[in-house]
Design a protein around this ligand. Structure first.
Ligand code: PMP
Length: 473
């Protein structure tokens, strides 16, 4: 199917790659950026990598205050399934505002919440939906992760968590403990005390040094034997939490067979399995939920980002057997965002009705194949991977020694230069993965064929430019 393109109206400047801005507009943008640097915390993140000041946006295009335009392949870290300000989302917002519905209601029942729950449950695998309970959480993914961990601790009476290398689950204490990134954890002492880290099947940088199916098999064997080893040091945990496709970890998809193994291993040991679909959900991987590729039924799913249609919303959905917590066990003020529920319901339905799940699979496969085809000409591309429109291009130093799996060393400085070269060409891409060496592509599911070509052209050009011999800045 073809998705009708959404085009930002003309601004008097040409669309496409960024061009030099008018001097006064550029000065205003620089002044805003300067004040942000001076006043905001040193923990600010994306603002460091992308010194732009967005003023308008539509579909995949962001326009800065200086009139420069960018194709946005970050999409709010995977939030904007329909891109920016999609008419369906805007219409839901306007309709809800005009209706006089209260915009904030704690967790009271509203028609919008009821309708959102219907829309969400209709997307779930039937076996899961039939037994599902939903809990509305504070508006961020990390809060829903906390809720899921607490739910399972309450249900099992146990404490520990099994989590994976390369995982990202959020920044609050429990979610951070389950996250793999050492640099964000080491300054918060003791945060990982009850987490057992297991090896994620990351073929290109295989924790066992073998890669492929064999690497994934070893990862499963290791997990199983560790749990059964009376001297393995692991007290039976409250839950296992995993991403079916790691996002921040560098767009690393787990093999379906491995996921089925994790389901078997946890079921046989009565350990609840939580699948974090915060980034991989709502069609992004070419299935509505990434777990569907493997056919497993988790005990709980964590959802946020795209489910609110661009507005903050986070929930956990879980098997009713685990619904043993007390009233108020995971409460919070901002759990009744009427606008987000209405926009989310409209977005979920649009994704299904317009066949955007299938489109993500098709366009994703096309993009991945073309990127793969660049490897002979651009040897800095070490690995191209992903699922649907969750794509990673791992950059390497092709002069460096090969490891036992056939991978060259990571190239984080090159990746930085590629990100900057992309921005200069009017393309927003973020980095992730080990050492920030992977370029991550998370375009909206409504990306057109023309935009797909433009993204690939600009990225190819940026990689070629940034990897020219002698380029260091
Ligand atoms: N889980 C996953 C898989 C994520 O990708 C993220 C955010 N990138 C989170 C949890 C945390 O979500 P939030 O940033 O909304 O707290």
């Amino acid at each position: 199917m073809t998705v009708p393109p959404i085009t930002l109206p003309a601004n008097g400047r040409s669309a496409g790659p960024a061009r030099d801005a008018a001097p006064d507009a550029a000065a205003t943008a620089n002044a805003i950026l300067g004040r942000q640097r001076a006043r905001e915390s040193s923990a600010r993140t994306y603002a460091r990598s992308f010194p732009i000041v967005p003023a308008r946006a539509l579909g995949m295009t962001i326009e800065g205050t200086d009139g420069r335009r960018y194709l946005d392949c970050l999409s709010g870290a995977g939030t904007l399934a329909l891109g920016h300000n999609h008419p369906v989302a805007m219409e839901a917002i306007r309709r809800t505002m005009d209706s006089g519905a209260p915009l904030h209601v704690l967790d009271l029942a509203t028609p919008e919440k009821d309708d959102f729950t219907d829309a969400l449950f209709a997307t779930l695998p039937a076996k899961f939906a039939d037994r599902a309970r939903i809990h509305f959480c504070g508006p961020a993914g990390t809060d829903a992760v906390e809720a899921a961990l607490k739910l399972m601790q309450t249900a099992t009476g146990r404490r520990g968590t099994l989590a994976f290398t390369g995982a990202y689950h959020g920044m609050t204490a429990g979610a951070l403990a389950a996250t793999g990134n050492v640099s964000v954890r080491e300054s918060v002492a003791g945060s990982a005390s009850e987490v057992t880290r297991l090896p994620y099947p990351y073929s290109y940088r295989c924790p066992f040094g073998v890669g492929g199916e064999r690497g994934a098999e070893l990862s499963a064997t290791y997990a199983e034997r560790l749990l059964d080893d009376p001297s393995g040091g692991v007290v039976r945990p409250a839950a296992m939490i995993l991403e079916a496709v790691q996002g921040e970890g560098g767009a690393v998809p787990a093999p379906d067979a491995w996921l089925r193994e994790m389901r078997r291993i946890t079921s046989e040991r009565d350990i609840p399995l939580i699948v974090d679909e915060v980034q991989s959900g709502v069609g992004r991987t070419g299935a509505f939920w990434a777990v569907e590729h493997s056919g497993i039924t988790p005990d709980a799913m964590v959802m946020s980002k795209a489910i609110g249609g661009g507005l903050p919303l986070a929930v956990i959905v879980y098997d009713q057997d685990y619904d043993g917590w007390l009233p108020g066990a995971h409460t919070g003020t901002f759990r009744g965002n009427t606008l987000a529920m209405a926009t989310g319901a409209a977005t979920l339905r649009y994704v299904t009705e317009q066949g955007l799940v299938e489109r993500a699979a098709t366009v994703g496969a096309r993009m991945t194949a073309r990127l793969e085809g660049l490897r002979p000409e651009l040897p800095v591309i070490g690995d191209v991977r992903g699922r649907g429109l969750m794509i990673g291009v791992e950059l390497v130093d092709p002069e460096g020694p090969l490891d036992s799996v056939g991978a060259h060393p990571v190239a984080p400085e090159l990746a930085d230069r590629v990100r900057s070269a992309c921005l200069a060409r009017g393309l927003i891409v973020e980095l992730g993965g080990r050492f920030g060496s992977t370029v991550r592509l998370l375009p909206p599911l409504v990306i057109t064929d023309e935009e797909t070509e433009a993204v690939l052209d600009r990225l190819t050009d940026a990689i070629a430019e940034a990897s020219k011999p002698g380029r260091r800045s």
